[in-house]
Design a binder for this molecule. Structure first.
Ligand code: RI2
Length: 316
């Protein structure tokens, strides 16, 4: 649980919605879970600084600004909607209610990460080899928890172009004492086979009602490789990563970022560049989602989402 002092400090440091949105857009704050938590904190800051008279209007504008920051990770939209959900009609009680909801969101997200790490460490065999893609704070927590449980594991991590999030993953794992090896993205299939990888573990940006996974571009290729070799593909996903909007047919938009990220300073005249940064992995390629509430099979995601999210009245 987040302690009182820590919460007060975090609230004090929380960015304004405009600043939080900028940090999320520029990826100074990144990772689906983290951007959700920073949105909740930013809304709590608005509630703290607003007056009873203007809080409702300011919160609603702030929610829209935050949701628009990045389109693919559903945790951002869920964080805003869950923080602003079912607020009291009474303006005098509104601000405290928002702060309370934001705090519950942040605490639930952090507790979910710890629970998922525990559950995932039961799925990874002692002596096993794992491959991961990108930097997922949840996947890293899972691998560190497995290592700390006393199991000896080896991890291969993709570089993850164009942002090199694999460098973050490998640095964090090495610091925690995990045996970790960095590989280029295109080596993933070969390494899965050559190193007899036991299991692939990734994070999630969004899980939709049809059981598909939206995650960092390249995830699909890794999942296809894993399927071809009969290697289980496990996804660490707190329930905030599941999309209730997909129940209404709204599926994630795949974010395309600046081509300059791909070129990284190199000039190649006459060449077009595309930079889609997420992809969709079909349900048939996912073995199961490991959530704080237990494993969820792709075929069960619609039921899980219906049970987890309520009426969603007035949601953005
Ligand atoms: P956690 C990241 O997106 C990656 O796609 C990663 O798998 C996902 O968020 C989930 O990360 P980006 O922000 O929530 O690097 O597990 O574009 O930290």
């Amino acid at each position: 649980m987040v302690q009182d002092q820590t919460w007060a400090e975090r609230l004090q440091k929380a960015a304004s919605p405009e600043e939080a949105a900028r940090l999320i857009r520029t990826m100074e704050v990144r990772g689906a879970a983290k951007i959700g938590r920073s949105a909740a904190l930013s809304l709590a800051r608005v509630a703290e600084s607003a007056s009873d008279d203007d809080a409702r209007k300011r919160l609603s504008a702030a929610g829209r600004t935050l949701v628009a920051a990045r389109p693919t990770a559903v945790s951002l939209r869920n964080a805003v909607n869950l923080t602003l959900d079912g607020l009291p009609e009474d303006d005098a009680r509104l601000r405290a209610a928002v702060v309370g909801r934001a705090r519950r969101y942040v605490e639930a997200s952090e507790a979910a990460r710890d629970r998922i790490a525990e559950r995932m460490s039961e799925e990874i065999p002692d002596g096993g080899t794992v491959l991961t893609h990108c930097h997922s704070s949840l996947a890293v927590a899972c691998l560190v928890a497995t290592h700390r449980s006393g199991k000896k594991i080896r991890v291969f991590a993709d570089e993850t172009r164009p942002w090199w999030q694999g460098h973050i993953t490998t640095r964090l794992l090495a610091e925690a004492g995990v045996d970790v090896t960095l590989i280029v993205d295109s080596a993933a299939h070969l390494i899965l086979e050559m190193e007899e990888v036991d299991v692939v573990v990734t994070g999630a940006d969004t899980v939709t009602a049809d059981g598909a996974l939206y995650n960092k571009v390249g995830t699909r290729a890794v999942a296809l490789g894993a399927k071809s070799l009969d290697i289980p593909f496990l996804v660490a996903a707190e329930s905030h990563k599941f999309s209730p909007y997909s129940l209404d047919g709204t599926y994630p938009q795949i974010e395309e970022r600046d081509p300059a990220e791909v070129l990284s300073g190199v000039e190649i005249p006459g060449v077009q560049v595309r930079n889609p940064v997420f992809d969709r992995t079909a349900p048939a390629l996912v073995s199961r989602f490991i959530t704080e509430e237990g494993p969820v099979a792709p075929a069960d995601t619609e039921r899980f989402i219906r049970e987890r999210f309520g009426t969603r009245e007035g949601w953005i």
